[in-house]
Design a protein around this ligand. Structure first.
Ligand SMILES: Cc1cc2nc3c(=O)[nH]c(=O)nc-3n(C[C@H](O)[C@H](O)[C@H](O)COP(=O)(O)OP(=O)(O)OC[C@H]3O[C@@H](n4cnc5c(N)ncnc54)[C@H](O)[C@@H]3O)c2cc1C
Length: 375
C-alpha cells in the first residue's frame, strides 16, 4: 500500500531542512520534502555572529565554519573604522556544507526528499491540500512553504536587499585576512550601496556589491559590481552568488487553514539587515518545545520591540538613503559592540535597545520615526 504523508514541505533549503530536523526530534516522520534543485549547490555564504549569550550553532551543526573574524570594518567617506569584536566573532559557513549535514540527518531517518521537483501549483481541497506534480496530485493535511515570494509586501518602510557576490583570487596580497569589511559605502542619492568583503586569505575573498533599495535592478548592480571588482586585481573568479532578500517588517505570514509560510519570506529575514540564518536556527530550536503540529508550533514568534526598532531604522534609511552611512557608522562605532551584536543576532537585552536608541543620530532617527507614522 502507498504511504500517505500528512505534511508536505516545499523547499529543502535552510528553513525546510531545519524544520525537517526539528520534526524528527519530536518523532514526527510523516512528511515529505519537495525540492526544485536536483543537487545541493554552494551558492550562498551564511555569515552570522557568535559569542557569549548567543545561540551556539554547534548545538545543531557539527560542520566547521569556513572562517571567523575577530575584527570588522565599516568605511564611510573613505574613512575606515576598525572595530574589535572582543569575545564575539563574525563567522561564515559555506551553504553546501550546512545543507548537506542537515540533509544527511533527514535522509538517514528514511525521510523522502523529492529532488528536481519544482512545485508550481497547490490546490485547496475539501479537507486537504493538493500538491500538483507533472503526472499526479498528492494530498496533504498541512503544507509548509519556503518558496521565495517575489511579490513580498512593499508597504513602507520595507526595502529589498539586492546583492551580487564574487569569490575571487587576486594577483596581489591586498586583503587583511583578519578583518571582515561589513560596509564600505559608495555615494548614492536614491539607494544605499556598499561593498562587503569576506577575506579568506591575503589574496582570496568574497566581494559583494549590495544595495538596499525599493527597486530591483540587477543590470545596474552588475555594472557597479564590475567596477568594484576592478579594484581587486582579479586573477581568477571562483564562484558567485546573488540575492534579492526582503527587508520587511511585514513578512508574508499569509497562513490559512493548514498552509504555513516559513523561511526568508515567512518572517525569518531580519527587517533591518536581511540576515536570516540565526533566526532560522533559533526558530527551529524553539519548535521542539511545542506539542502538536500547528501554526502555533511553527510560526516565527517575532519580538515586538526588535521589530519596532527595525521599522524605525528602515524608515530612516528609506526616507533618506543618504543618511545610511552615518546611521551605520554611529551604530557600529558609538553603540557598544556587544549590544550591536546581540541586537543583530536577535538575542538583545533591554540595555542594548537603550544604547541603540540613545546613541544613533537623533535628528535622522526622529525623522525616521515621524515618517513611519505619517507615510
Ligand atoms: C546568496 C545569499 C546569501 C545569504 N547570506 C546570508 C548571510 O550571510 N547571513 C544570513 O543570516 N542570511 C543570509 N542569507 C539569507 C538567508 O539566510 C538564506 O536565504 C537562507 O537560505 C534562507 O532559508 P530559506 O529556507 O528561506 O530559503 P532557501 O534556503 O533558499 O530554501 C528555499 C528552497 O526552496 C527551493 N525552491 C524554490 N522554489 C521552489 C519550487 N517551486 N518548488 C520546490 N522547491 C523550491 C529552493 O531551491 C531552496 O532550496 C543569504 C541569502 C542568499 C540568497
Amino acid at each position: 500500500m502507498k504511504q500517505k504523508f500528512d505534511i508536505g514541505i516545499i523547499g529543502a533549503g535552510l528553513s525546510g531542512l531545519h524544520l525537517a530536523n526539528a520534526l524528527l526530534k519530536k518523532r514526527i516522520i510523516n512528511f515529505i520534502l519537495f525540492e526544485k534543485e536536483s543537487v545541493i549547490k554552494n551558492d550562498k555564504t551564511y555569515s552570522f555572529w557568535k559569542g557569549p549569550g548567543l545561540f551556539d550553532i554547534t548545538r545543531t551543526l557539527s560542520v566547521k565554519p569556513r572562517k571567523e573574524w575577530s575584527q570588522i570594518e565599516i568605511k564611510t567617506q573613505n574613512k575606515s573604522h576598525i572595530i574589535d569584536l572582543g569575545k564575539y566573532r563574525y563567522v561564515c559557513y559555506a551553504s553546501k556544507t550546512v545543507l548537506e549535514e542537515l540533509y544527511q540527518r533527514v535522509s538517514k531517518n528514511g525521510i523522502k526528499i523529492q529532488r528536481g521537483c519544482s512545485i508550481k501549483h497547490i490546490e485547496k481541497g475539501k479537507n486537504h491540500w493538493l500538491i500538483h506534480l507533472k503526472s499526479k496530485k498528492i494530498p496533504f493535511q498541512y503544507i509548509v512553504d519556503s518558496r521565495p515570494n517575489k511579490k513580498f509586501d512593499d508597504k513602507y518602510p520595507s526595502l529589498k536587499q539586492v546583492f551580487i557576490g564574487t569569490e575571487i583570487i587576486s594577483t596581489k596580497k591586498i586583503f587583511d585576512a583578519n578583518i571582515a569589511t561589513l560596509m564600505d559605502f559608495s555615494d548614492s542619492k536614491n539607494s544605499v550601496i556598499f561593498t562587503y568583503i569576506l577575506p579568506f586569505t591575503q589574496n582570496r575573498a568574497l566581494i559583494e556589491t549590495t544595495c538596499f533599495t525599493s527597486e530591483t535592478d540587477f543590470k545596474l548592480l552588475e555594472g557597479l559590481h564590475k567596477i568594484t571588482l576592478k579594484k581587486f586585481f582579479v586573477k581568477k573568479i571562483l564562484r558567485s552568488e546573488k540575492a534579492v532578500l526582503p527587508m520587511s517588517p511585514y513578512p508574508d505570514l499569509n497562513h490559512s487553514d493548514k498552509y504555513f509560510r516559513i523561511g526568508n519570506f515567512g518572517g525569518a529575514s531580519r527587517p533591518a539587515s536581511g540576515y536570516a540564518f540565526t533566526r532560522i536556527a533559533l526558530w527551529a530550536n524553539q519548535i521542539d518545545t511545542q506539542k502538536i503540529f500547528s501554526y502555533e508550533m511553527i510560526h516565527y514568534k517575532k519580538n515586538n520591540l526588535t521589530n519596532w526598532l527595525d521599522k524605525v531604522l528602515l524608515s530612516a534609511i528609506r526616507s533618506n538613503p543618504q543618511s545610511a552611512p552615518k546611521i551605520f557608522k554611529y551604530f557600529f562605532t558609538k553603540v557598544p559592540i556587544s549590544s550591536v551584536i546581540r541586537f543583530l543576532a536577535d538575542q538583545p537585552k533591554l540595555i542594548d535597545y537603550l544604547f541603540i536608541i540613545f546613541k544613533l543620530p537623533k535628528i535622522i532617527m526622529c525623522k525616521g520615526l515621524i515618517n513611519l507614522y505619517v507615510k
